[in-house]
Design a protein around this ligand. Structure first.
Ligand SMILES: [Zn+2]
Length: 121
């Protein structure tokens, strides 16, 4: 692998890059923004309306799923359990109770990965 000196395509800062080979053995030059420009690009991507709309869609689905569950299981026993849970910090929940929040967090992470893959910086 040959090291070459190139400049960030955004701000022009000098950075190292590598001359590698693609699947067909052709020499290819990977061009990257510098680390700071990459951070700015990600931040700008997260501020976009598309991200807000996609997360709002997720928030609504999470809320309506929870409402369906509550209306289906509404009784004194469940309500007292929900009261305890809503007054409990995440770190103090049981592993089973945390598992549900972890599933939802992973869904948000998957949404963000999908959006970052699509956003053209
Ligand atoms: Zn840069």
């Amino acid at each position: 692998m040959i090291s070459v000196s190139i400049r960030c395509e955004k701000c022009g800062a000098a950075l190292q890059s590598h001359l590698g080979s693609d699947l067909h053995g052709r020499h290819v030059l990977d061009v990257w923004p510098c680390a700071e420009c990459a951070r700015v690009m990600v931040r700008e991507s997260l501020d976009s309306e598309v991200v807000v709309e996609r997360l709002a869609d997720y928030a609504h689905r999470a809320w309506s799923g929870w409402m369906r569950h509550m209306l289906k299981h509404w009784d004194r026993l469940h309500v007292s359990g929900w009261r305890r849970q809503m007054a409990t910090d995440y770190s103090d929940l049981s592993a089973d109770e945390q598992a549900s929040d972890i599933r939802q967090a992973k869904e948000i992470v998957a949404i963000l990965h999908g959006l970052l893959g699509k956003v053209d910086a």
